[in-house]
Design a protein. Structure first.
Length: 174
């Protein structure tokens, strides 16, 4: 299997002298396409309270749980993914080491990182439980930020539409 990267990076701007200025909401998104037609989206939020390597590990874990990644599917190589996300490749190596220690992925020296063959997709109930946990965190955050229900739901719809359009646009450019 091969994959290609489509990337939208909004992590920082550079002035004429090459000095970096962070944006107010830095994030980085990479959409991966596999030959089988499956899509995987990596999204990193640099202002989240969660370390970047754990964000990456969670996203691979959720992709495996949902069946987006199938046993034997390759994960992106360290260097290209680091360049696309504009993070240090040691961060990706740490995420992959975390996943390998959990028995989710394996390293085949000289070939790369792959989802282990003995890993089966999680049940619908387990996937729903994982999603409910993430939704609960977002609802609590919205409450703390005093975002009312209608605005929160509108924002959720907007983000769903955004990722759907990104995936569709990138899929059309294969």
């Amino acid at each position: 299997m091969t994959y290609q990267f489509t990337c939208q990076v909004r992590s920082r701007l550079t002035n004429a002298r090459g000095k970096f200025f962070p944006l107010t909401t830095p994030s980085s998104t990479v959409i991966l396409f596999y030959n089988s037609g499956r899509i995987m989206i990596f999204q990193i939020d640099f202002q989240a309270g969660k370390p970047v390597y754990l964000q990456l590990a969670d996203q691979v874990r959720y992709a495996a749980a949902s069946g987006k990644l199938q046993p034997g599917d390759p994960l992106p190589s360290l260097r290209p993914l680091a360049e696309e996300l504009r993070i240090n490749r040691n961060t990706i190596a740490k995420a992959y080491a975390e996943l390998e220690s959990q028995g989710l992925i394996e390293t085949l020296h000289g070939k790369g990182y792959f989802l282990k063959n003995n890993h089966a997709a999680l049940t619908q109930q387990t996937r729903q439980r994982l999603l409910v946990t993430e939704i609960d965190e977002a609802v609590v955050m919205a409450h703390h930020l005093r975002v009312d229900r209608d605005k929160f739901l509108a924002l959720v719809r907007e983000r769903l539409d955004y990722f759907q359009s990104k995936a569709s646009a990138a899929e059309g450019g294969k």
